[in-house]
Design a protein. Sequence first.
Length: 137
Amino acid sequence: MRPSFETVQQLVEIMERQRLEELSIETSELSVELRRDADANPAVVIAAKETAQSPSHGRAIEAPMMGMFYRGPSPNDPPYVKEGDMVQEGQPICIIEAMKVFNELPSPCSGVITKIVAGNNSLVHAGEPLMYIDEQP
């Protein structure tokens, strides 16, 4: 579910009126984040909520902390994993940057990555699904 243009406009007005640098609204259906960019214009990020467990995609691998999600070790390197890749327990699958510290996230189990839902270079919250894995013995 996406908020209406009027709703987003009202949130931007509140942000400007209160001189906020960042505003986050979260409901069971969606998450809206507004952040000021370098030019002091609010930027809007809207994401539909995914359920933590999805029978069609397997087990959710969730963010252990709030931070920036990166699929690879650096912008010029390939991602750690892609959909359809087989991974082993403990294998690095992504990076979460929090407070200028880059935390390599290991796979919690062996299996096949079925879906990657977090966008590269995007803000993720603790408990938010990053990707799904079909567990294999």
